[in-house]
Every structure is written in structure tokens, then in C-alpha cells.
Design a binder for this molecule. Structure first.
Ligand code: AMP
Length: 222
């Protein structure tokens, strides 16, 4: 599928953005750009960036905009981003969104297509507390709703499943507050630009996949 467009998956932590972004990226043959994954990678490799963001992430707060933008600009300059990409967890502040608009324009992209995942707080809490991720390929499971065939082991590559440190209840509360305060205003920002679409993120993985496919098909025709 040809898609020279930036996709942005917006929504609170636990809304299912990562699961859906991985699927869309695979089916469209475009990269899945998760700033959270990039920061976790820097932390696990012990780089300078990793050392500076680790305490911020452990508190559930947002990393400063300048560090996020540097990471994103570097990533977008790679050849695999030429045709399009799907952002998951970025932008998260109005400053990031406005800088991204400039970057997209300078790279010959039009307006992004932004999908907002709406999910109620009780569903988010259940998703986050049950989330386990493959330490090898990053596949996401949920012990309540989408468990692996064998406990603790990834169905796809046999990797060990691990729980994210910031999925602990006290940190989850902080992350949801950061979302409300700093990220939620982006829905109005993109609505005003006429590029916002909504999906019901509390539906099943397959239902959300179908809804997204419908939105993408509509966007390709318009
Ligand atoms: P995520 O995996 O998207 O939930 O991100 C995990 C953590 O990484 C967040 O709680 C933030 O500390 C940091 N992070 C990821 N993306 C961003 C971003 N766009 N802006 C600021 N902080 C971010």
C-alpha cells in the first residue's frame, strides 16, 4: 500500500496505540515510531540519553521537549521514513505538535492523519496492570484479555515476557495525569486542523483494527 502520510496515534497510556501501530506498520510496510520504545532502548543500553531520561520515566513524567524532538528528527532522517510512518506516543505536548508540523512540511509531507483512541479510565487501568511485553520482539500481551499461549513466553518468538516498570499503579496514576494535563489538549489542536479521527479504543483488538482500516481507506480516497 502506498501512503505518503504521517499517521499519529493519540490517546492515553493503555489505549491500545502500540498494538494497533505495530499492526498498521506491518500491513502498510512503514516504520512504527514509538518514542517510548526509543527511550526504553536508550535506558537499557545505558547511553547518556538513557541515563538522563530514566528517572523521569520512572516517575511517569514527560521527557523535556528538546530531547524528544532531537530523537524524532534523527529518526525521521532515515531512509525508511520517506514514504510514511506511524507515530505512537508522539507528539505529547503542544510544543512537540507544532514543531512536528514544521518538520513534516520541510520533508514534503502534508498534514498528518491523527487517530484519537478514546478509552475510559477503568479500562486503561486494567490494560496497564495486565500488560506484558516480549523482551525480544516487543509483542504486547494482556494477561486478562489477550494472554500468551504459555504464561510468560511470547507466542511469536519464544521471548521472555516482562512487565514495564512504569506500569506500577503509583506511576500509572502520574502518567494518566500527565496525559490529561499535557497531551489531551492536542485533540483540539488537531480537530481545528480538520485531521482528527476517533476510534473507540475499548473495543476488541480486531474491531479497532477494522475501524482503523476503514479510516485509512477513506483517507486514501480523499
Ligand atoms: P510510552 O511507552 O509511550 O508510554 O512512553 C513511556 C515514557 O517515555 C513516558 O511516560 C515518558 O516519560 C516518555 N515519553 C515517551 N514519548 C514521549 C514524548 N513524546 N514526550 C515526552 N515524553 C515521552
Amino acid at each position: 500500500m502506498v501512503l505518503k502520510r504521517a499517521l499519529i496515534f493519540l490517546g492515553p497510556p493503555g489505549a491500545g496505540k502500540g498494538t494497533q501501530a505495530k499492526h498498521i506498520a506491518r500491513s502498510c510496510g512503514i516504520p512504527h515510531l514509538s518514542t517510548g520504545d526509543m527511550f526504553r532502548d536508550a535506558v537499557s543500553r545505558g547511553t547518556e540519553l538513557g541515563k538522563s531520561v530514566q528517572p523521569i520515566m520512572e516517575r511517569g513524567e514527560l521527557v523535556p521537549d528538546d530531547l524528544v524532538m532531537k530523537l524524532v528528527e534523527e529518526r525521521l532522517s532515515r531512509a525508511d521514513c520517506a514514504r510514511g510512518f506511524v507515530f505512537d506516543g508522539f507528539p505529547r505536548t503542544l510544543a512537540q505538535a507544532s514543531e512536528l508540523d514544521h518538520i513534516l512540511e520541510s520533508r514534503g509531507f502534508g498534514k498528518p492523519l491523527v487517530i484519537d483512541f478514546a478509552v475510559s479510565e477503568p479500562v486503561l487501568l486494567r490494560r496497564l496492570s495486565g500488560r506484558w511485553t516480549c523482551s525480544v520482539g516487543g509483542e504486547i500481551y494482556n494477561i486478562y484479555d489477550a494472554p500468551p499461549r504459555q504464561a510468560g513466553i511470547c507466542d511469536l518468538d519464544g521471548g521472555k515476557l516482562v512487565q514495564r516498570a512504569d506500569d506500577r499503579p503509583e506511576v500509572v496514576k502520574e502518567r494518566l495525569m500527565a496525559y490529561e494535563r499535557q497531551t489531551k489538549p492536542l485533540t483540539d489542536y488537531y480537530r481545528r486542523q480538520g485531521v482528527l479521527e476517533m476510534v473507540d479504543g475499548s473495543a476488541t483488538v480486531e474491531e479497532v483494527q477494522r475501524a482503523l482500516q476503514g479510516i485509512l481507506n477513506g483517507a486514501r480516497r480523499s
